[in-house]
Design a protein around this ligand. Sequence first.
Ligand code: ADP
Ligand code: UDP
Ligand code: MG
Length: 224
Amino acid sequence: MPPLKDKPALQAPKRNQPLFTPGTAAKQALVVFVLGGPGAGKGTQCANIVRDYGFQHLSAGDLLRAEQDREGSEFGDMIKSYIKEGQIVPMEVTVQLLENAMTGAIEKDESRKFLIDGFPRKMDQAVAFEEKVVKSRFTLFFDLAEEDMRKRLLKRGETSGRSDDNEESITKRFRTFVEMSMPVVEWFKKDGRVVKVDARKSPEEVYEGVKAAFEKEGIEMKGK
Ligand SMILES: Nc1ncnc2c1ncn2[C@@H]1O[C@H](COP(=O)(O)OP(=O)(O)O)[C@@H](O)[C@H]1O
Ligand SMILES: O=c1ccn([C@@H]2O[C@H](COP(=O)(O)OP(=O)(O)O)[C@@H](O)[C@H]2O)c(=O)[nH]1
Ligand SMILES: [Mg+2]
């Protein structure tokens, strides 16, 4: 995993210091959250969307794993244990990593359209991000039963090398998903900002549902 590029080491906010700098470049972004249980296929579908819609893919899990492996990170050990236990890393860390990545991409003029994958997984993250960074346009929600997600994760675990793709961690991640993350989906749903996609079929068939969701939200493919 590469280190955080062109950014100072991530530091915990000092007492009485605002968590995020208001008015940053990230405010200009178009954000789509991508949620769904562990193994539902979020990352797989994000790759399709990046290819066809010109979004930048920011996976909160990938950013946390990169920070975990970054030499000198004061959060490395903490992130490692949260991930293995299927717990949600304190939101200050994740929101700051996301904001850094968005600001970096905007400054380099790569894109202002972001798919934020696997975030927000807990109400405090959702509220903080939308208040302090930017409000999401909508949430793409991949719907899949636990038994199917478990099968996909165990298969992924054969090659992923991830510390949390094993039976014990998977069970913990499912509990966290139901208790912490589903309330976030329900909250956005009440606000009319969730589009649900059936994730049971093949990746190609699931992508048809994704394209229909983007069309419904008025987001066009590249070059259209
Ligand atoms: N529609 C699908 N049908 C079967 N397997 C899938 C499908 N989509 C993704 N996978 C596989 O399931 C695993 C989890 O997918 P991934 O995209 O990493 O999900 P998530 O990011 O939601 O955890 C991966 O090994 C992936 O190749
Ligand atoms: O906002 C986030 C996103 C992820 N995680 C942690 O990172 C793990 C892996 O997340 P990822 O999205 O990579 O897993 P996926 O759902 O794609 O399998 C989660 O179980 C959490 O422990 C977190 O703490 N906060
Ligand atoms: Mg993923």
